[in-house]
Design a protein around this ligand. Structure first.
Ligand code: PLP
Length: 380
């Protein structure tokens, strides 16, 4: 049976992207490789709207986050860590292992931050060296207003380091325009490629800061990666996962040629359509305030204890979703990264309805009409 991945990574990877990964190996010290690397980094620079290099770290999003920490945070630094879920906490833990002093700012699960929260924290800790933000908190389905949060930090203030693991390629993310200093992401969500290559970008100001910092990691040393990228022909310092780069290049080609704006609009349309279907069925969305609802994934509150069984029935139907990480609440998370249109939106909503019916729940069957109305209202 075909599996439909509505998990927040890995996602359904298009056939051409999978095929690209099956190409014969090339030497990573040869012209075809240099061209491929150049193509990927240029496409990512255009996506991010940046001039500085985009470094590709072999590994997952966690490796990208770790590279920001070990290159830009020193023992004893004060770091304000904003967290609204599991991944905010993880970034904090990664950063704390550098020996920096973490100042935690936490809000309840399901809520997002505002610029005012950032201003209030800065007023109390004006000497902070860095702040940690999560753009899209995948554990709860909250998207934080990154531009607004960053604009609360004065010029020359703490470095703004961002977990963009589940946002890049799924929604606008413009680090230079928004005055960010470090961004870490992955290949297996918004970028629609297999897991294993993690883009990292840092600002000119952050490169300056990195110069006076001794990076304790060799593999994640961004200056070493940049040195190789800026050789006469761009290269990796170490052997890269060649096949994964081929796949990533293919997905970026497809997405850019189709236009990123279209991709962002398609994803948001899926999310809004699915949200309206869930509400029409009678479900409660975990993120109450619509301003903070992520386009990339929807967290739905399940009847107490029912989430596990509903997920299992969905799996039997061939629909893969993720269990929730919403703290006390029982939630399921439905991601919208995989390419699709109305057939996929109705497949997901219809499967959820079928699974709940099989579990003995009496949800409202008029949901498909509501979903169709929203789908048409949200025309891309
Ligand atoms: N940060 C966020 C926001 C995530 O969603 C994830 C994974 O889902 C991670 C970090 C960790 O990324 P990875 O599993 O690719 O290491």
């Amino acid at each position: 049976m075909q599996q439909h991945l509505f998990t927040p990574g890995p996602v359904n990877v298009p056939y051409e992207v999978r095929q690209a990964g099956a190409a014969p190996m090339v030497s990573h010290r040869s012209e075809p490789w240099f061209c491929l690397l150049e193509e990927i980094t240029n496409r990512l620079k255009r996506l991010l709207g940046v001039m500085e290099p985009v470094i590709l770290i072999p590994g997952s999003g966690t490796g990208a986050l770790e590279s920001l920490a070990v290159n830009l945070i020193s023992p004893g630094d004060e770091v304000i860590s904003f967290s609204c879920g599991v991944f905010g906490e993880r970034f904090r833990e990664i950063a704390s292992r550098t020996g920096a002093k973490m100042i935690p700012v936490d809000i309840p699960r399901g809520q997002g931050f505002t610029g005012e929260d950032v201003l209030a924290a800065l007023a109390k800790h004006s000497g902070a060296k860095a702040v940690l933000f999560t753009h899209n908190e995948t554990s709860t389905g909250v998207v934080n207003p990154l531009e607004e949060m960053a604009s609360a930090i004065p010029e020359g203030g703490p470095l703004i380091l961002v977990d963009a693991v589940s946002s890049l390629g799924a929604m606008p993310c413009l680090p230079s325009e928004w005055r960010l200093d470090g961004l870490a992401s992955c290949s297996q969500k918004g970028l629609l490629a297999p897991p294993g290559v993690a883009p990292v970008w840092i600002s000119e100001r952050a490169w300056e800061a990195a110069k006076t910092h001794r990076c304790p990691s060799y593999y994640f040393d961004l200056a070493l990666h940049r040195k190789y990228l800026e050789k006469k022909r761009p290269q990796n310092p170490f052997t890269p996962p060649v096949s994964l780069y081929y796949s990533l290049a293919a997905s970026l080609r497809i997405l850019e040629e189709c236009s990123w704006e279209k991709r962002f609009a398609d994803i948001a349309r899926m999310a809004r359509t699915f949200e309206s279907a869930c509400e029409a069925m009678g479900f409660e969305l975990f993120v109450r305030d619509a301003r903070f609802r992520s386009p990339a994934l929807t967290s739905v509150v399940m009847p107490s204890g029912g989430g596990e069984l509903i997920k299992q029935v969905l799996e039997e139907l061939g629909v893969m979703v993720a269990e929730g990480q919403g703290g006390e609440n029982s939630t399921l998370r439905f991601a919208h990264y995989s390419p699709g249109g109305w057939p996929e939106a109705s497949l997901l909503a219809g499967s959820l309805f079928g699974a709940t019916a099989k579990c003995g729940l009496d949800m409202c069957s008029g949901f498909i009409e509501e979903a169709w109305k929203t789908w048409n209202r949200e025309v891309c």
